[in-house]
Design a protein around this ligand. Structure first.
Ligand code: NAD
Length: 496
């Protein structure tokens, strides 16, 4: 059985651990590889290698760091299809969706190619007579990243390219459920010319992560995953005096005004709700129909009901299986709870199974209506192909509903009214807003700005905020005397 290697000091090495986790093909649950839980010594070696590499990497010229990213971007593009195929096999994502996962990561590498401009500091001449002040942006040291299963290319690429371009070194702990994609990303990074120790990869679960969170040589931790793990990571990392940015769960609402373009709304909601089997942190899982827009619910349900799950290489497939039998059981039990708590199940995908692949983690598209705020299907992040439809009398009621929700990752409004859109974007307490755009994931020259329980920290992923997260600012105040010192001792704090 193929065993996924660790990456330590530029070498892909077999772990000495006897603790192995199966990596499966979610379409039939056959085991395709095994991933080791790295030993304490191996995690230690990965951190030590990153620490050693930092001593030279921090002095490498910034344009040279940018050129590494240029070579990496070219290789990722060259191998785009091949990476997507690996990704499809271990996640079950359709090939086109897998290509999108890789592509959104390549876009972050393109941002890292721009690192010289992003590292520019500030200057003011003559802050006092003959005195200038200027600032430099300097790297922190060894940074760590812990990533979820649902975007095994994009999310590791949110982290290590920008951290490394900014002069840091990195230890990545990818999801144990789909580690083959990040391994391929790392192979291409080495092929692009990354020096030894710049990027290290350790595998495992809670124990290996805790070792990173408590190690004194790790300066900053980036995490993406579920709420309980995100809270644990944020608390532990900050308790150990590290910077932390933790992106967590979501419940994203789309508000549909009656003046919206109906065809645009329906087409967009189908993909945004059940695409990727709903396993996207920016999936639309709640559609709030304002006023007469509720008349569109039956047609939307009919369209969603026609989406066919299928194998990754089936061009007709709308989406693939869920990641694991556990994830499937969780979603099925939430669907049952929805019915038991009184929601109307207009489309029920609980019994779906793909012919010839019955052992896979399949769940068909599911649509509930008459959903209320008290129901478990509204309160929990389902992370499956399930859309909850709700109704509101006025835009104000919809805004109040979204703002009462504890999550704040993404939201969208569909309307033909500039005034309604302006009111929504201004009043909504959610960090990423789409106007006639269902899933508003910002491109990497902006940042990924979830709020409330969807994010713990202050500086967000990619864009200028990520550069700030992975760096310190050093402010220099300098005077060069042309003549002798003009004054006697200065006994005050003022500059003169
Ligand atoms: P998860 O929290 O189970 O796992 C994420 C990572 O944490 C994995 O690498 C895992 O090995 C590690 N981990 C698991 N338990 C741990 C523990 N007790 N201590 C330390 N580390 C631990 O998440 P998942 O199921 O892989 O991903 C799905 C979740 O991620 C969803 O909730 C989704 O909303 C969220 N997500 C959020 C964003 C965002 O940007 N907000 C993006 C993608 C996914």
């Amino acid at each position: 059985m193929k065993q996924i290697p660790l990456l330590i000091n530029g070498e892909f090495v077999a772990s000495q651990s006897s603790q192995l986790i199966d990596v499966t093909n979610p379409a039939n649950n056959s085991v395709i590889a095994q991933v080791p839980c790295a030993t304490e010594h191996e995690v230690q070696q990965a951190i030590a290698s990153a620490k050693e590499a930092f001593t030279t990497w921090r002095n490498v010229a910034v344009p040279e760091r940018a050129r590494l990213m240029m070579r990496y971007q070219a290789l990722l593009k060259q191998h785009h299809d091949e990476i997507a195929e690996i990704l499809s096999q271990e996640t079950g994502k359709t090939f086109d969706d897998a290509k999108g996962d890789v592509w959104r990561g390549i876009e972050v590498v393109e941002q890292a190619m721009n690192i010289p401009a992003l590292l520019m500091g500030e200057t003011v001449e003559n802050v006092a007579r003959g005195i200038d002040t200027y600032s430099y942006i300097q790297p922190l040291g060894v940074c760590a990243g812990i990533t979820p299963f649902n975007f095994p290319a994009m999310i590791p690429l949110w982290m290590f390219p920008l951290a490394i371009a900014a002069g840091n070194t990195f230890v990545l702990k990818p999801s144990e459920q789909d580690p083959m994609t990040p391994t391929r990303l790392a192979e291409l990074f080495i092929e692009a010319g990354a020096p030894k120790g710049l990027l290290n990869i350790v595998h495992g679960g809670a124990r290996e992560v805790d070792q990173l969170l408590t190690h004194p040589d790790i300066k900053a931790v980036s995490f993406v995953g579920s709420v309980p793990v995100g809270q644990h990571i944020y608390k532990t990392a900050t308790d150990h005096m590290k910077r932390a940015q933790c992106f967590a769960g979501a419940k994203n609402h789309s508000v549909i005004m009656p003046d919206a373009n109906k065809a645009q709304v329906l087409n967009n909601l189908v993909g945004a709700s059940v695409g990727a089997a709903g396993q996207r942190c920016m999936a639309i899982s709640v559609a709030v129909f304002v006023g007469k827009a509720k008349e569109w619910i039956p047609e939307l349900a009919e369209m969603i009901g026609k989406v066919k799950p299928g194998l990754w290489n089936d061009k007709e497939a709308g989406y693939g299986p869920l990641i694991s039998p556990r994830a499937k059981q969780r979603v099925l039990s939430l669907i049952e709870q929805g019915k038991a708590e009184g929601a109307t199940c207009l489309v029920d995908g609980s019994d779906f199974s793909l012919a010839g692949h019955e052992e896979g983690n399949w769940v068909g598209p599911t649509v509930f209506t008459n959903v209320t705020e008290e129901m478990t299907i509204y309160k929990e992040e389902i992370f499956g192909p399930v859309l909850c439809c709700m109704e509101a009398d006025e835009l104000e009621d919809a805004i109040a509903l979204v703002n009462r929700n504890p999550f704040g990752n993404g939201t969208s409004i569909f309307t033909a009214s500039g005034a309604a859109a302006r009111k929504y974007q201004h009043e909504i307490e959610v960090g990423q807003v789409g106007i006639n755009v269902p899933i508003p994931v910002p491109l990497p020259f902006f940042s990924f700005t979830g709020w409330k329980n969807s994010f713990y920290g202050d500086l967000h992923a990619y864009g200028k905020q990520a550069v700030r997260f992975y760096t310190e600012t050093k402010t220099v105040t300098s005077r060069w005397f042309e003549d002798d010192i003009p004054h006697g001792p200065n006994m005050t704090i003022s500059l003169r």
